[in-house]
Design a protein around this ligand. Structure first.
Ligand code: HEC
Ligand code: HEC
Ligand code: HEC
Ligand code: HEC
Ligand code: HEC
Length: 413
């Protein structure tokens, strides 16, 4: 169970927020699991409606939905968020596709990539969508490119101009209480907060019976859920807004534990490497967009002169998402073992290394390349997808987990 300090100040909010439902204002100290569900149902009630005019008492900056304005008073959160994938959730790979889609279909993507009603409005204007009210001017609190800010601060924190956040841990000086303070909600410390976008519903798309996106359920079935270790505990330590994941070498290093051992056989050197998912609270990787390869290589100096063994860790499908090639993802505490036997003469004066190669966007590399090859795209969509393809390829990296000087343990080969 989570423990909260009872220090939250309750401020009366504008009538518009009260009209949104008294249930929001039940004291959080008495809040049980059901009130978290009730809050989240309303919070992520897609498509999110535009929020209407801000209270007259708000300054222009306090009313603004531009993350750069939140930054004036929450600079650390803004700095972290700006470096996160959430801030880039409307990058060229997404926008390039939206440009080539009818509005109805494009809207279905916004739910996770740019969920605010005001983001739909700014996107509709930017892309010249034909509905009559799509040409209407944007409200003053909405910057013209709000859609391009991706998963922006207000998407997670603001409804009807009321700020919602976790029960306060680091109290900010609130002399002027710029946006009428905030409403504390334990839901922000709960894994279910992330479920809305990181879990498909049971009737969502499947491959070989398995939901394409199933992260929350993988977590729920893991020992981490039993131990009360939430998504936020691993992905937002100290409430950080960086959300590191598979794109970050340090985070992947934290996900794995590895061993590399050797032993002398009758006439061969045996090398065995093991990699365990010891630190991801779900499968490694969690879905089919990333691909990893575990490798045992022979080193001469620092150069890899041969690959002794190699195994994919991932869930691979063709671009139609109908045919599975393999599913070798590591469930929490799952292990992959690689082994090789060498001629002692080949091992002499050499080292072996256990490596992990990571392609965080392997599926998208293939997908963007195919879209570009097929042609028939508007010019700007083409340009965006070409940039997205380069960006996807450049996310690849290799981690060396362990090295061992061959023969040193048992005498020279
Ligand atoms: C002019 C300064 C200012 C601006 C601009 C501002 N905030 Fe705040 N914010 C504060 C202060 C001060 C507090 C602490 C209020 C309190 O303790 O009652 C706060 C509290 C919060 C909280 C609650 C923190 C917690 O501990 O749960 C959230 C969430 C929040 N702001 C989000 C935002 C977002 C999102 C934006 C931009 C859309 C924003 N704020 C813009 C000053 C500001
Ligand atoms: C409104 C939808 C939404 C919510 C809510 C949300 N996310 Fe995300 N998240 C996304 C999208 C979309 C991306 C991918 C952005 C991109 O790369 O274009 C993402 C990316 C991530 C990544 C980076 C993954 C990588 O590939 O490196 C992590 C980690 C993550 N989210 C964790 C969380 C956690 C933890 C929470 C809950 C506190 C959360 N998210 C809530 C939509 C959401
Ligand atoms: C249920 C939430 C959800 C919906 C709906 C959704 N996405 Fe995503 N999307 C994600 C998450 C989470 C990621 C990050 C993980 C990954 O790389 O697959 C992502 C990643 C992506 C990426 C790769 C990262 C990037 O920024 O280039 C693209 C492209 C993308 N989505 C396009 C779309 C399009 C187009 C639609 C609508 C047809 C869509 N998505 C609908 C959640 C969603
Ligand atoms: C994906 C949803 C999401 C987005 C986007 C997001 N936040 Fe948060 N924010 C959270 C969650 C979840 C917490 C609670 C984390 C915890 O307590 O472990 C939080 C906590 C906070 C807090 C309270 C902690 C503190 O610093 O006092 C503030 C303030 C805040 N966010 C401001 C912002 C600002 C400003 C932005 C944009 C630059 C932003 N958030 C973007 C989900 C989000
Ligand atoms: C015990 C710590 C831990 C917990 C709990 C945890 N994660 Fe992760 N997560 C990681 C690590 C480490 C990685 C990097 C390795 C990887 O990609 O699996 C990661 C990666 C990710 C990624 C990147 C995509 C990918 O292919 O793996 C997403 C998205 C993500 N986590 C979301 C979540 C969500 C949502 C929750 C809660 C339902 C959650 N995580 C719970 C540690 C954790």
């Amino acid at each position: 169970m989570l423990a909260f300090r009872r220090t939250t100040r309750w401020r009366t909010r504008a009538a518009s927020a009260l009209a949104a439902g008294a249930a929001f204002f039940a004291p959080w100290a008495a809040a049980g699991a059901d009130s978290v569900e009730a809050f989240l149902d309303r919070h992520w009630d897609h498509p999110l409606a535009p929020q209407g005019p801000p209270p007259a008492t708000f300054s222009e900056r306090a009313a603004s939905f531009d993350p750069a304005d939140c930054a004036a008073c929450h600079p650390a959160r803004h700095r972290q968020w700006r470096e996160s994938r959430h801030a880039h959730a409307m990058g060229p790979g997404v926008l390039g596709q939206l440009r080539a889609m009818p509005p109805r279909r494009a809207e279905s993507c916004l739910r996770c990539h740019a969920p605010l009603g005001e983001q739909r409005q700014s996107l509709a204007r930017a892309l010249g969508w034909p509905r009559a009210d799509d040409a209407a001017p944007l409200p003053g609190y909405v910057p013209a490119d709000l859609h391009a800010r991706g998963l922006a601060c207000p998407a997670c924190h603001v409804r009807e101009h009321t700020r919602y956040g976790p029960p306060a841990q680091n109290r900010l000086p609130s002399a002027q209480a710029p946006h009428d303070g905030f409403v504390a909600q334990p839901a922000y410390r709960d894994s279910r907060f992330c479920r809305s976008c990181h879990q498909f519903a049971p009737d969502g798309r499947r491959l070989n019976g398995k939901l394409l996106e199933n992260t929350y359920e993988q977590w729920r079935q893991s020992r981490y859920a039993d131990a009360g270790v939430s998504c936020q505990d691993c992905h937002m330590p100290g409430q950080s807004h960086r959300w590191p994941g598979i794109h970050e070498p340090d985070m992947v290093r934290r996900a794995v534990q590895s061993r590399l051992a050797q032993r002398r056989g009758a006439d061969r050197w045996h090398v065995t490497g093991k990699i365990t998912n010891a630190g991801a609270g779900h499968k490694l990787p969690t879905y089919l967009t990333a691909q990893l390869w575990a490798e045992l290589v022979l080193l001469d100096g620092d150069d890899a002169v041969a690959t002794l063994a190699r195994q994919p860790i991932g869930w691979k499908a063709d671009l139609s998402l109908r045919n599975e090639a393999f599913d070798t993802r590591l469930a929490p505490d799952g292990t992959v073992t690689l082994s090789a036997a060498l001629d002692p003469a080949r091992a002499r004066d050499r080292r072996a290394a256990l490596r992990l190669r990571v392609a965080p966007q392997e599926f998208y590399e293939r997908f963007f390349a195919a879209r570009l090859e097929n042609g028939g795209l508007p010019v700007r969509a083409r340009r965006d997808l070409a940039r997205a393809l380069d960006a996807a390829k450049s996310t690849r990296f290799t981690l060396t987990l362990k090295t061992v000087a061959l023969g040193m343990a048992d005498g020279r080969p």
